[in-house]
Design a binder for this molecule. Structure first.
Ligand SMILES: O=C(O)CCC(=O)C(=O)O
Ligand SMILES: [Fe+2]
Length: 523
């Protein structure tokens, strides 16, 4: 569910239904209690009157008969229908049916990862995120001490000591506000100090690990595990200082890092690359390089095709080579509503073609693409065909071999890290053999996004900021059919808002006379 916000609306609906069931259950139970109160009143009243003169009362045979009947033939009914009857079973059964639509622990982990991704890409401080300073929405929820600790634990389980430190420190910041003399807070404090000391040690900040361990021992001096940790850390620091003083010409020991030294890990090649670094910078709104030939970029109204006579396309060229364009206000509300309506029930977790580390390369769901996608054919609705026709007119490419329309909905912190839209697989699939590679991408935004969600091109420094109804166009291949590596692009994580988009991919076949090959492979 976390992979598409549109799916998460289901959880809100279920929450509302659970509230309704709860109210109904409470009402039923209240009714039952009223009934029991009435029964008690009745018994009390009857016995009080009769006990005032038991002999007098029972001397009447009708009274005697009625009393016996109450606790024989009537009693079974009273016991089963009034006393024992509970509405809990029915309520619990209905609740059970609803849990099928509850999020899973996979969703929880996905959401936790998303928060950390947003924190990293947008350079948000942990306290800013915990206090919900993201988009300034008044009354927005904040993360509690327990939430921060849960995030820290989740990072710790993945041996991600960088985020463990950030979130455990935040948990500690929140804990300090509690009355620390209370034993339950003392225990939490000791627990967090333990995680923090070990994580700083793992991050290479021995001095901080020692200080935190000393803090720990003040609260729990007899803990032998922590005492032995302290000795180990102190030895390490000594060795490190000796090493530095013997090799440094100035001779001064400089083994201590800054107090809070906690480097962000760069664990895999993808993350270490300049491209990834530039992707994050572009997402944050930094300018990473001057746009080449910016002075040659122009705007124009395009009406070269009958589909554009009545509503010429507002074209803005945003990059010269490879050419990239933005078309403003191209899709109209009705079209977008139809595309979303048709796409919504078909959304499935987006997959990517994965070669590395796989026995047989295949399409799989990966953390670096968090969205759901569904496909719609032109035949399904005139609005879809209308859009494809306009996209084809603008891109100047035939629809004959184009893919169906792909509808995209992003999830919590949803993103798509740098990738190419064309395939560089040396063995083309059957589909590719017939249709060729993806020659051009026509990407339209179907929602306004408060913060984040831009499409960025780290090799050329271009950024498309989503605007409902606007479309981006670029050509993925050189005219020779060779993939253009400068078209590497990424969808920045959505920080605040809901991102709906749609992709139309044109294929090489059928374009031979429209966009003919040139002799140079790099044209
Ligand atoms: O959503 C975006 O901004 C880009 C999507 C994309 O690159 C893709 O789906 O291939
Ligand atoms: Fe893409």
């Amino acid at each position: 569910m976390y992979a598409a916000i549109s799916e998460m609306e289901k959880i809100l609906k279920v929450e509302n239904e659970v509230a309704r069931d709860l109210r109904e259950y409470v009402q039923n139970e209240e009714g039952r209690l009223e009934l029991l109160k009435g029964l008690a009143d009745e018994f009390e009243e009857h016995s009080r009157k009769a006990l005032a003169n038991p002999e007098g009362h029972l001397s009447n045979p009708l009274n005697a008969y009625l009393l016996i009947k109450r606790f024989t033939s009537e009693w079974q009914y009273v016991l089963e229908e009034k006393i024992k009857k509970s509405f809990a079973d029915d309520f619990l059964r209905r609740l059970d049916e609803k849990t099928a639509n509850f999020p899973t622990s996979e969703d929880l982990h996905g959401a936790i990862n998303a928060l950390m991704r947003l924190q990293d890409v947008y350079d948000l401080s942990t306290s800013e995120l915990a206090d919900n300073g993201i988009d300034g929405t008044p009354g927005a929820s904040k993360l509690s001490f327990e939430d921060c600790k849960l995030l820290g634990l989740s990072a710790y389980e993945k041996k991600d000591f960088y985020h463990t430190i950030l979130w455990m420190t935040e948990a500690m910041r929140q804990l300090i506000k509690s009355p620390l003399e209370e034993p339950k807070f003392q225990i939490q404090r000791i627990d967090i100090l333990d995680y923090l000391a070990f994580s700083y040690y793992q991050q290479g900040n021995i001095k901080k690990a020692i200080n935190l361990t000393l803090d720990y021992l003040q609260l729990d001096p007899s803990n032998t595990r922590i005492q032995s940790n302290l000795r180990h850390y102190q030895q390490l620091l000594e060795q490190h200082r000796d090493l530095l003083s013997s090799s440094s010409s100035s001779g001064g020991p400089v083994a201590d890092y800054d107090d809070d030294y906690n480097p962000r890990p760069h664990t895999d090649n993808r993350i270490r690359s300049d491209e990834f670094y530039n992707y994050e910078r572009l997402c944050r709104g930094e300018k990473i390089m001057p746009i080449e030939n910016e002075h040659l970029l122009t705007c124009q109204l395009k009406s070269h095709h009958p589909a554009l006579y009545l509503r010429p396309a507002k074209e803005e060229q945003v990059n010269y080579d490879p050419p990239m364009f933005m078309y403003h206000d191209l899709l109209v509300d009705d079209q977008m509503e139809t595309i979303k309506r048709l796409g919504r029930p078909r959304l499935y977790r987006s997959v990517v073609f994965q070669k590395e580390g796989m026995e047989s390369p295949d399409f799989t769901a990966q953390d670096y693409r968090i969205s759901k996608t569904g496909w719609i054919s032109d035949k399904e609705h005139p609005h879809v065909l209308g859009f494809s026709t306009i996209a084809s007119a603008i891109a100047n490419l035939t629809l004959d071999y184009a893919e169906e329309l792909q509808v995209l909905n992003y999830g919590i912190g949803g993103h798509y890290e740098p990738h190419f839209d064309y395939s560089s697989n040396p063995e083309p699939s059957e589909f590719e053999k017939v249709r060729g590679n993806r020659i051009a991408t026509f990407l339209c935004y179907m929602s306004d996004i408060k913060i984040g969600g831009s499409t960025v091109f780290p090799q050329v420094g271009v950024k498309f900021t989503p605007k409902k109804g606007s479309c981006a166009l670029w050509y993925n291949l050189h005219k020779s059919g060779v993939g253009d590596r400068l078209t590497s692009h990424a969808a920045c994580p959505v920080l605040s808002g809901i991102k709906w988009a749609t992709n139309k991919w044109f294929r090489e076949r059928g374009q031979e006379f429209i966009r003919p090959c040139t002799l140079s492979p790099m044209d």
